[in-house]
Design a binder for this molecule. Sequence first.
Ligand SMILES: Nc1ncnc2c1ncn2[C@@H]1O[C@H](COP(=O)(O)OP(=O)(O)OP(=O)(O)O)[C@@H](O)[C@H]1O
Ligand SMILES: [Mg+2]
Length: 263
Amino acid sequence: MSHMIEARQLTKRYVNERTGREVLALDHVDFTIAAGEFLCLVGPSGCGKSTFLQMVAGLEQVTEGTLTINGKPIAGPGADRGMVFQSYALFPWRNVIENIRFGLEIKGLSKAEMNEIAHAAAHQVGLHGFEHAYPKELSGGMKQRVGIARALANDPPVLLMDEPFAALDAQTREMLQEELLSLWQGANRTVLFVTHSVQEAVYLGSRIAIMTARPGRIKTVIDVGLQHPRDITAAAFGELMKPVYAALKEEVLKAAVSARALA
Ligand SMILES: Nc1ncnc2c1ncn2[C@@H]1O[C@H](COP(=O)(O)OP(=O)(O)OP(=O)(O)O)[C@@H](O)[C@H]1O
Ligand SMILES: [Mg+2]
């Protein structure tokens, strides 16, 4: 089954509850993500990446335009999409296993079945031995792994990941990148992955979408025509990083200029 995500003239305006001021986060975004692709989204801080992901997850409403999955408007969260949040979004009163199995609880599985899946997912992300720990007892990287395991436990065809590895140490990040790639390849999943790391985007993505400074639009999309496993030291890898860096830098500078103008 295909799980194509399509944004047409997608616009998102927030009204700040405190100041009443409007923020145009996304401005007429036209974009399609094909089933089975690993799409990396990069862009300056505040350009609307998390907003886009939250809308695909069905957690934020569309202001104008359309956002569809398999041709159907996204009206709310669903078991076909799993989200790994930028902030950990764990329940402090639930231990690791109870956090991981959260999404399974609406599926009508028995407690034993849920626990089995949750234990397997915990193991997969390297949380063995911490199954019964509570979030306050975990490091930042470990909390992030709980968030990843929670999304994986549901086995969703579409995985939405908002800087999932940003808080991890380099070794854990590399290990989880490999695991994510094999999960993606093995099950023909569609992955939408936000990162600030150009190297990570070129290492993981089949395409890289670079967003403009706010209001966010898609500035350019770059195809990564490299086979997996990719060699970050190869000349071709470095060549691919260059245009991504250049486009991103241009937008980061624009964002800095407009931030100064507002100050
Ligand atoms: N709930 C909200 N209410 C009001 N404004 C919001 C809300 N969420 C986001 N915004 C605003 O929308 C814009 C886009 O935010 P978003 O979190 O999508 O950026 P981002 O690209 O994910 O940034 P970062 O790289 O720092 O995570 C920002 O100006 C932000 O202040
Ligand atoms: Mg964000």
